[in-house]
Design a protein around this ligand. Structure first.
Ligand code: HEC
Length: 114
């Protein structure tokens, strides 16, 4: 009689579970574009306008000059450090982002609007 071996595949979902508060996921310091790609694109999209999921969460459009004018760097930093009133917005340290990278991330975010 043939023995049939069945293997449990590791749920693929765990690989996608890294975004929200998964301990041990630390963005690589130094490469700001990589951090954005790994950690921010999920909600803010490649072009900064917001992904479908991000729009549901209420992300601002980083490519909008009006939005950019409405926020100072200090205000952005405050939101990124402590979160905002929006319950969908987590502070970036919860995403494994080194707070030392915030100034560079703000520059990157500013760069979406020309
Ligand atoms: C889970 C989705 C999600 C992820 C991931 C995410 N954001 Fe956001 N982000 C939001 C939402 C939602 C808002 C709007 C918050 C609000 O208006 O209160 C926001 C707002 C912001 C703002 C504007 C804050 C302000 O005061 O106007 C900045 C800057 C920002 N995000 C940067 C980032 C960066 C950089 C990353 C990656 C390191 C990131 N976000 C990852 C959802 C996300």
């Amino acid at each position: 009689m043939k023995k049939i071996l069945t293997y449990c595949a590791i749920p693929v979902a765990t690989m996608f579970g890294i975004y929200l508060g998964f301990p041990g996921f630390t963005a690589q310091a130094g490469d700001i574009n990589q951090i954005y790609k790994d950690t921010c694109e999920l909600c803010h999209a490649k072009d900064g306008k917001g992904s479908e999921a991000g729009k549901q969460f209420g992300v601002p459009d980083f490519s909008s000059a009006d939005y950019q004018k409405s926020r100072t760097d200090a205000q952005m930093k405050e939101s990124m450090t402590n979160g905002t009133k929006n319950p969908n917005y987590v502070k970036l340290s919860d995403l494994g982002v080194d707070l030392a990278e915030l100034d560079n991330l703000i520059k990157l975010v500013r760069g979406f609007s020309q």
